[in-house]
Design a protein around this ligand. Structure first.
Ligand code: NAG
Length: 314
């Protein structure tokens, strides 16, 4: 009986602790990271909101550290070494899961088979790539698509050119479009994924239309918004030479409930009343201070000025 009991409590502890990414405390988070989980982690709905629909999906990927760039596959990324360094050089490091920055050669990047990437995400990425403006930190450099080497020793030097649009359709881009998805990989720091999380699980869900429209994707629940979060991500067993991991994304479309709206409006009114009261107190405080100063210094001179002011206001 005993072993069974301790096993049970161990898995309970793992279930509870598993939700916490301890790297946040150990390594810190990049300053630019603005996302946080907008719904409870016990499966209940966000307070004051009605959930139209909820969906989740799990994805298989590999996670590497920058120190792996020199190593040969499968534990390294040597064929893409130059291309990945070039890609990462175009913007400040956006962070790993939860925006964590392990710093230096310990910085993490996710690598996926392009065929495992959902279509809406592919379209989003391809649209970003079409943007020819190359400003620092542009969304164009959140994800990189690379070709796989065709023969041993081949080095990949740059990202795959975007697919041709109806207008362009030039020679190079037409050629790129011909590269089948199975011959491509997707590379990104995990922090990039927060920009388009709903698109990973939108397809085939009950609210595909809602989740496909990133206009309504918000970091916090508001009326008619969509929320999403990577509710789970595993760590590769690097000590065993492994790089594979998986992550699970949950997304939902929410509207404010009647109760939620009522209590929000009540709080907003209360907040406004408190602020009004604060302002009144501050004003009274200022007036009192001025009066004290007037009485202390030159009562007559100030009195005259005040009389003038009063006339002005009439
Ligand atoms: C996306 O949502 C916004 C805001 O609700 C709306 O104005 C827009 O028309 C939607 N776009 C599409 C393609 O449905």
């Amino acid at each position: 009986m005993r072993p069974a009991l301790s096993l049970l409590s161990l898995s309970l502890a793992e279930a509870v602790l598993g939700a916490i990414n301890w790297d946040i405390f150990e390594h810190g988070v990049v300053e630019s990271f603005k996302w946080s989980r907008a719904f409870p982690d016990d499966g209940s709905d966000p307070g004051g909101f009605h959930v139209n629909c909820k969906t989740e999906g799990t994805f298989h990927a590999k996670m590497y550290k920058l120190s792996d760039l020199w190593e040969d596959p499968p534990s390294g990324l040597s064929p893409w070494h130059d291309a990945i360094e070039d890609f990462l050089g175009h913007r400040d490091y956006i962070g790993s899961w939860d925006g964590v920055d392990h710093k230096g050669q310990d910085r993490e990047i996710v690598v996926m088979e392009y065929v495992d990437v959902p279509d809406p995400v592919k379209h989003w990425i391809e649209e970003q790539q079409l943007d020819e403006r190359d400003t620092p930190n542009s969304p164009k450099w959140l994800f990189a698509v690379f070709e796989k080497p065709k023969q041993e020793g081949q080095k990949i030097l740059s990202t795959v050119a975007p697919k041709p649009t109806a207008v362009s359709g030039e020679h190079d881009t037409a050629k790129a479009a011909a590269i089948p998805d199975k011959d491509k990989i997707l590379v990104f720091p995990a922090g990039s994924i927060y920009e388009n999380l709903p698109l990973w699980v939108s397809k085939g869900s009950r609210c595909e239309r809602d989740l496909s429209n990133l206009t309504n994707y918000k970091p916090q629940a508001i009326d008619h918004s969509i929320l999403a979060w990577p509710v789970d991500h595993t760590k590769p067993q690097r000590d065993l030479g492994r790089r594979d991991m998986k992550f699970t994304i949950e997304a939902m479309s929410v509207i404010e409930s009647e109760d939620g709206k009522r209590s929000r409006l009540m709080w907003e009114r209360l907040h406004r009343a408190v602020k009004r009261n604060d302002r009144r107190n501050q004003k009274e405080e200022r007036l009192r201070a001025r009066k004290e100063m007037e009485q202390g210094r030159d009562p007559d001179g100030w009195k005259e000025q005040d009389e003038w002011r009063e006339k002005d206001e009439l």
